[in-house]
Design a protein around this ligand. Structure first.
Ligand code: DX5
Ligand code: ZN
Length: 216
């Protein structure tokens, strides 16, 4: 499988969101990456259901929703209603991760688990065959535009090894500080999905940057 590109709307122009949504629809982007922050799990607040529903009315591509919130179980059906196709929760935010994953799947969504930079890949050992996606954070979550943490390559490799050993079908997604400079090495390490915010939307020609990321 060729790798997928999931541009993060966090770096889009919120005063003219429709322009960026249409650009993504016409581009080589595979998924829309939607970052939901609650100001508690992470020190920032992004946006909520009304904005997500508005994006959903116009997107022609799957919505890959990354929850950086505490107690995500409270909102699983709301995210389904708002259009999420893939719903990813943080390992660090879930006391009963297995139950949370089952609840996401029961709503008909694909289920992902995200790891903060300090969390060990080994902690996925007993959940890896139940999930569709592992989202490796390559920055500390909360803000776009941060610099990439180099240890991520090794973490992606370890995740790939775990997936192969267990026969899991999970995809590996990397999120934070992804650019044209590090994307190739991430794919070589085993990444299946690359999230990129600033390196796409702050570039001169965002659609062309997506094409370049896709063609690596
Ligand atoms: C960070 C978010 C990321 C972020 C990526 O907490 O989860 O998805 O928007 O943005 P860049 O690519 O600018 O690091
Ligand atoms: Zn994200």
């Amino acid at each position: 499988m060729s790798h997928l590109i999931a541009p993060s709307l966090l770096a889009a122009d919120f005063s003219n969101l429709i322009k960026d949504i249409e650009m993504l629809n016409q581009s080589d982007a595979d998924w829309f990456h939607i970052d939901i922050m609650d100001g508690v799990f992470v020190p920032n607040i992004s946006f909520g259901f009304p904005v997500m529903e508005a994006i959903n009315r116009h997107t022609l591509k799957p919505m890959d929703v990354h929850l950086m919130i505490v107690d995500p179980d409270r909102y699983i059906s709301n995210f389904k209603k708002a259009g999420a196709n893939i719903l990813t929760v943080h390992l660090e935010a879930c006391n009963h991760l297995h139950r949370t994953i089952q609840a996401i799947k029961a709503e008909g969504m694909s289920a992902g688990v995200s790891l903060n930079p300090h969390s060990a890949v080994n902690d996925l050992e007993d959940i890896i065959t139940d999930i569709d996606l592992v989202l490796i954070m390559s920055v500390n979550p909360g803000y776009g535009g941060q610099s990439f943490i180099e240890n991520t390559y090794r973490k992606v490799e370890r995740t790939k090894t775990l997936i192969e050993r267990t026969g899991s079908k999970a995809k590996i997604e990397v999120d934070g500080g992804v650019t044209l400079k590090n994307a190739g090495k991430l794919i070589d390490a085993g990444a299946d999905v690359l999230v990129a915010g600033s390196s796409i939307f702050k570039s001169e020609d965002p659609a062309e940057t997506i094409t370049q990321l896709k063609n690596l």
